[in-house]
Design a protein around this ligand. Structure first.
Ligand SMILES: Nc1ncnc2c1ncn2[C@@H]1O[C@H](COP(=O)(O)OP(=O)(O)OP(=O)(O)O)[C@@H](O)[C@H]1O
Ligand SMILES: [Mg+2]
Length: 326
């Protein structure tokens, strides 16, 4: 449970661009020590939110506190202890990674220079630090961006879609890096449009859609509300497998539009059904997860009409969970 001043606290935050409401009365609270995800499809308002956090644009309404300070009270020192980047970090391509960090460290007080080796190590770039940034892969540049942020020895690291554009190995490395940083006590606020990317590393998430919060709560609470996982199943006799499903009330089996069967069930119920298939001399030729439960919930939340809500109404528990906003 939350103790002390939150790292970030937004209340009723609004940002308009002409007639478009990019961020629409967003409430959000990031506690010290947690990894928090802002999740949403393209255009949801994630970057706009983070740009307000960095003081790059001003909200039209609402308040935003960072470690208890507002821009109005504290001006740029609201950002003391905060580092990160919006969209992609920028570096001089014709200078080495290390030289870029040198230059950035020169802009900071507090011995940032002495941390260069350490931060290069943390992001696993020590060996390539002497190479020109222009020759870095996209993932290496993202990691150098994290290194540049860590130079400031922040208490809060803000990353806008840090895994965007990375290949699966790059995503895995970025995830591992965020986990390592969080284990060291750093508070991390990151955005993503991919549920898969955040479910393993975030404690809490806010899901946005066209500027509005459609969900916020812990990943565990989200999981509890997610539908059963959906699989594609191929057997030696699908018609018989379908008939057998009638005796298994906890599984939903139907003809898959692309061939074979669609099986939707919790793992234990799916297991019982699969075992029953074998006992009835029906061979399972393929079984694969088509859509993970959390991902499916994410699509339901972000692709259905927000006015209509989704499925069962979410239990609203003040402070921890907001169901579908109306
Ligand atoms: N400077 C701007 N001027 C006008 N409209 C803007 C501006 N910045 C953002 N918007 C609009 O605000 C909405 C939210 O954009 P934002 O970049 O915050 O979304 P996002 O969630 O970060 O999306 P993505 O996943 O594509 O990065 C979009 O409709 C976008 O077109
Ligand atoms: Mg964005």
């Amino acid at each position: 449970m939350a103790v002390g001043v939150p790292a970030v606290e937004a209340s009723g935050l609004v940002k308009r661009f002409g007639g478009l409401i990019a961020v629409d009365h967003v409430d959000l609270r990031v506690d010290v020590g947690e990894v928090y995800g802002i999740l949403g499809p393209n255009g949801a308002g994630k970057t706009t939110f983070l740009r307000m956090l960095f003081g790059l644009i001003r909200p039209d309404a609402g308040t935003l506190r960072v470690f208890g300070r507002t821009w109005g009270d504290a001006g740029p020192s609201m950002l003391d202890g905060v580092a990160g980047f919006i969209e992609s970090p920028r570096f001089y391509p014709y200078l080495s990674g290390r030289r870029n960090l040198n230059l950035l460290a020169g802009l900071d007080r507090g011995g940032a220079d002495s941390r260069i080796d350490e931060v290069l190590d943390v992001v696993d770039l020590a060996r390539r630090a002497g190479d020109k940034v222009g020759g870095y892969s996209f993932g290496m540049r993202q990691r150098l961006g994290v290194a540049a942020s860590l130079l400031r020895d922040p208490r809060l690291l803000v990353l806008d879609e840090p895994a965007n554009g990375l290949d699966p190995a790059g995503i895995r490395d970025m995830r591992a890096l965020v986990k390592r940083l969080a284990a060291g006590g750093l508070t991390v606020l990151l955005s993503s449009h991919n549920m898969d990317e955040v479910e393993e590393i975030c404690d809490n998430v806010t899901i946005m859609r066209t500027g509005r919060v459609v969900y916020h709560g812990s990943i565990d609470q989200l999981r509890a509300q997610a539908p059963d996982p959906s699989h594609r199943l191929m057997t030696s006799d699908d018609e018989q497998a379908l008939r057998l499903a009638a005796g298994h009330r906890a599984v939903a089996v139907s003809v898959h539009p692309d061939g074979g069967l669609a099986l939707r069930a919790q793992a234990a119920d799916a297991d019982a059904y699969i075992i029953a298939l074998g006992r009835s001399n029906l061979a399972v030729r393929a079984l694969h997860l088509e859509i993970a439960p959390l991902e499916s919930l994410f699509f339901m939340l972000t692709e259905t009409d927000p006015e209509a809500g989704f499925g069962e109404p979410a239990q609203t528990q003040p402070d921890t969970l907001t169901g579908v906003t109306s």
